[in-house]
Design a protein around this ligand. Structure first.
Ligand code: FMN
Length: 211
């Protein structure tokens, strides 16, 4: 018997989804991707494949070295960020909220069901969050970094969220996927929708969809 979350039962949730690996032999020039990046707030209904979601997650926080270092820089390599994947109807994955696990490059579904409308409401009704097939939510567990750097660790976590988000934006351009870096939302409401632990704060929402 699983833990009951509202009217859902986690016994129905798959334990772990192992993601396909990244493709690191692309030929795009980085300047071209930088020049083409724009905030995109309207998307087609085309589904995002598991492989595309996998690549975007890897770009943000994937492990890219044998000693566990990640694609985005991190002060002291303490990695305070978490990424949650909000899947609506438009993906190969079942609707729900998944947590990205860099070690093993996998997803764990923590909440079942399509929560996009609730997330859009928490983000001051910004419509692209309700309509995007998938959104990524970048959050920070501040104690992981303030334990070493004190209050300066807060700014480090925010800088790191920027690095991760930019990697998502630029790979998105390469893949034909638009996004918008959304910072305007009610923190407590987003925490409620994602059922985040009290020590984890949402920083960014990135709705994703084909342009
Ligand atoms: C920290 C931050 C927060 C933002 N929050 C929002 C937001 O809540 N909603 C939105 O539509 N755009 C948001 N944006 C996107 C900006 O509006 C956008 O980057 C700006 O208009 C420049 O356009 P461009 O991204 O196409 O170059 C945010 C951007 C940043 C950097």
């Amino acid at each position: 018997m699983g833990i009951n979350i509202g009217n859902q039962d986690t016994a129905d949730l798959p334990k772990k989804v192992k993601l396909p690996g990244p493709e690191i032999s692309g030929r795009s020039h980085i300047e071209e991707l930088i020049a083409k990046r724009r905030s995109v707030r309207r998307y087609t209904d085309n589904k995002l494949s598991e492989s595309v979601i996998s690549r975007l997650l890897w770009a943000a926080q994937g492990i890219s070295s044998d000693d566990g270092l990640r694609t985005s820089p991190s002060a002291g390599a303490l990695y305070p960020l978490e990424i949650h994947v909000v899947i609506g109807g438009g993906s190969e994955l079942e609707p729900g909220i998944y947590r990205y696990i860099p070690e093993g490059h996998a997803l764990v579904r923590e909440i079942a069901g399509d929560v996009r409308e609730k997330l859009s409401k928490a983000a001051l009704f910004q419509p692209m969050i309700g309509s995007a097939p998938v959104s990524l939510v970048i959050s920070a567990v501040y104690p992981r970094i303030t334990s070493k750097y004190g209050s300066r660790g807060l700014r480090y976590a925010h800088m790191e969220a920027g690095h991760a988000a930019q990697n998502i934006c630029l790979l998105g351009v390469e893949l034909g996927i638009g996004t918008c870096t959304v910072g305007a939302f009610d923190d407590d409401e987003v925490k409620r929708v994602l059922k985040l632990p009290s020590n984890e704060e949402p920083l960014y929402i990135l709705p994703l969809g084909y342009v």
